[in-house]
Design a protein around this ligand. Structure first.
Ligand code: PMP
Length: 389
């Protein structure tokens, strides 16, 4: 029976990690990886995470099942961090998921179950968006969101996509820190999107995977919060992988924002039911860590402070890169005002290959770079290698 299967291509980013490992040159630089790195090149465990884990180790007294909805206290705290008090709490249905990926998949399954068949996706986007939505049976309608040569968000395209969408279609939006472009939507643009989504009867699915990595914990959800005050219904997929450094613990949540308590209850029961038929229940540890941090003002303050340090490190690297690269590519001055871990460079595949083979600088063929893959001390050298292309 297995003969009926075709060999699937390897994930290109994982293959890149393998190539980087094998490279023995001392000055090699990995700009491909999708995790935060500090000035020593490590992906650190937050101090507050370590402290919370210690507490859990001492106090946890059972490993009995938690349930398909996950940890309700975690969900309460996480929702407060994301949604603040924009929506009445009992109108929000939350279900803990294995990471942001699990949240996106449950959201797509729910959309399909509701009879939604199409989701609008601006390109480029996180490469897993389309496959996850397709796997749930949704049809993908795409539009160009970002122009790489000019480094600009193509807002007119966003507007015409929303105007062309039919009532009941879903729309994927990045809350902030757009992956892979770093492209920013301004406040007036969020307001226009919110008005259009409401007017056209669309269902927004907002992907929030980098809260705190862009302009700050509150600012990174300000567009999303505005949207939630305008639209009657929305889905919000939250990943704790980056914001809490919990990547491998698979921690996240899907929130359905609804117009009533009874609607929230129905949405919650459907999300829980969908979880039950797929992975049954989410893993506990990461959510228990996030709950412990957010429930303790002292730990929460320390976590936010460490996160802010990471954000500031990335914006410093952004400014230095933008200053150095703008002499060769004027549009790359925009790197300093873009947000989050990623930007897309206007490089050909051949240039990406030359950087790899001649200089040991690794990035995927798309030209996406992870800003956090750079140490401050490496920036000048990397700029010199880029501008010598
Ligand atoms: N959305 C975006 C935009 C992402 O970049 C990622 C992770 N790279 C995710 C969702 C999923 O994150 P997780 O690891 O929590 O599944």
């Amino acid at each position: 029976m297995f003969d009926a299967l075709a060999r699937q291509p390897d994930d290109p980013l994982l293959a890149l990690i393998g190539l980087f490992r094998k490279d023995e040159r001392p000055g090699k630089v990995d700009l491909g990886v999708g995790v935060y790195r500090d000035e020593t090149g490590r992906t650190p465990i937050f101090r507050a995470v370590k402290a919370a884990e210690q507490r859990l180790l001492e106090t946890q007294d059972t490993k009995a099942y938690v349930g398909p909805e996950g940890d309700l206290v975690f969900l309460d705290h996480l929702w407060r961090l994301v949604g603040g008090d924009t929506v009445e709490r009992n109108h929000v249905a939350g279900v803990q998921t294995p990471g942001g990926s699990g949240a996106l998949r449950l959201a797509a399954d729910l959309i399909y179950r509701m009879g939604g068949r199409k989701i609008w996706l601006g390109l480029p986007s996180w490469p897993n968006h389309a496959p996850v939505f397709k796997a749930a049976g949704l049809e993908i309608a795409t539009y160009d969101f970002f122009d790489i040569p000019s480094q600009s968000v193509l807002f007119d395209n966003v507007v015409s996509a929303l105007e062309g969408a039919a009532a009941g279609d879903a729309v994927l939006l990045h809350a902030s820190c757009h992956n892979p472009t770093g492209g920013v939507l301004t406040e007036p643009q969020w307001m226009e999107i919110a008005a259009l989504v409401a007017e056209r009867g669309l269902l927004p699915l907002v992907d929030l995977a980098y809260q705190g990595f862009g302009r700050g914990l509150e600012q990174d959800v300000s567009g999303l919060r505005h949207l939630l005050t305008v639209v009657p219904e929305a889905l919000v997929a939250v990943s704790c992988s980056k914001s809490f450094g919990l990547y491998r613990e698979r921690t996240g949540a899907i929130f359905g924002v609804t117009p009533s308590t009874s609607s929230a209850d129905t949405v919650r029961s459907n999300l829980a039911g969908l979880a039950r038929t797929s992975y049954s229940m989410p893993p506990d540890h990461g959510a228990a860590v996030v709950r412990t941090i957010l429930a303790d003002p002292e730990l929460a303050r320390d976590w936010a402070e460490e996160l802010e340090g990471m954000r500031l490190r990335m914006s410093g690297i952004r400014r230095a890169l933008a200053d150095g690269l703008r002499s060769r590519w004027q549009s790359l001055g925009a790197i300093s005002t873009q947000e989050g871990m990623f930007s897309m460079l206007p490089l050909t595949e051949a240039e990406v290959m030359r950087l790899r083979t001649e200089h040991g600088i690794y990035m995927p063929g798309s030209g996406r770079i992870n800003i956090a893959g750079l140490k401050t001390a490496e920036v000048a050298d990397v700029i010199q290698k880029f501008t010598s292309l």
